[in-house]
Design a protein around this ligand. Structure first.
Ligand code: HEM
Length: 223
């Protein structure tokens, strides 16, 4: 951006400030800029948590939580802040359209345009896209890391016997071990577990007793 254009932009800003009462009024432009930054920080942080979260069924099986939120809680945070970030980012672009166009077309110094930087950035993005599509390093390393967290949470003591096994009723779980459902029911009641019935799911009974489905499964297996 050349010196005259910068000065014109600043003059415009100063005049606006004068009209707004010397800058004391709440200013929409910096508010939107901060909103964009803060929502991006939460978006990136929740994205990091989603990277290290286990796969859906395993997450429920081991009762996975991070900083008090379960898997679907973090997904909600991520999607809500994604929406806020996109909206705030779009408003930010509109409010600063003139400055952004000038910057992109003329560069920050007045001597030359940004053409070489633009070409290098575009080539880098195309190369990164190819690396991701072909699943070669370092994209494959990132996906291997994700698969590791997805399938091997630290709390996993025994693999989920079948997909969504936590939704099985206690009767099915007892039968799965070849045990009498009525005897399992009596054992669990004798232990003082709350909300136990043969038609309740492993997940519901575990939740009512501050246990994970995995812990309850191992308890039943031990009978
Ligand atoms: C700031 C950087 C971001 C990081 C680090 C990040 C990271 C992640 C990760 C690791 C996942 C889970 C992928 C999986 O299931 O294996 C995810 C899911 C997702 N991301 Fe992001 N993300 C970011 C930005 C965004 C943005 C800008 C948007 C929207 C415009 C977005 C929308 C989504 C959606 C819709 C999902 C699916 C959520 C679900 O599993 O239900 N993310 N993200």
């Amino acid at each position: 951006m050349n010196q005259n254009q910068l000065e014109n932009l600043n003059q415009g800003k100063n005049q606006n400030q004068g009209q707004n009462g010397g800058g004391k009024a709440f200013k929409f432009k910096p508010f939107i800029s901060f909103l964009t930054v803060f929502s991006f920080l939460l978006l990136a942080f929740s994205g990091f948590i989603l990277y290290i979260r286990p796969e859906g069924s395993i997450a429920r099986w081991v009762g996975w939580r991070a900083i008090g939120l379960d898997k679907s809680g973090w997904e909600t945070v991520h999607i809500v802040f994604c929406t806020l970030f996109v909206l705030a980012g779009l408003i930010h672009l509109v409010l600063n359209f003139k400055a952004i166009v000038l910057y992109l077309s003329l560069g920050i110094d007045k001597t030359r345009k940004n053409l070489p930087e633009m070409v290098v950035a575009a080539v880098l993005v195309v190369l990164t896209l190819l690396v991701a599509v072909w699943r070669v390093p370092p994209a494959s390393w990132l996906m291997e890391g994700r698969a590791h967290y997805k399938n091997h949470p630290r709390a996993l003591r025994i693999q989920v016997p079948a997909p969504d096994f936590e939704k099985q009723s206690l009767r099915r779980v007892a039968e799965h071990f070849g045990q009498s459902p009525e005897r399992v029911l009596k054992e669990l009641q004798a232990r003082g577990l709350k909300g136990v019935s043969l038609e309740s799911s492993l997940e519901d009974v575990a939740r009512s007793n501050q246990m994970t489905p995995q812990e309850l499964y191992l308890l039943i297996r031990a009978y």
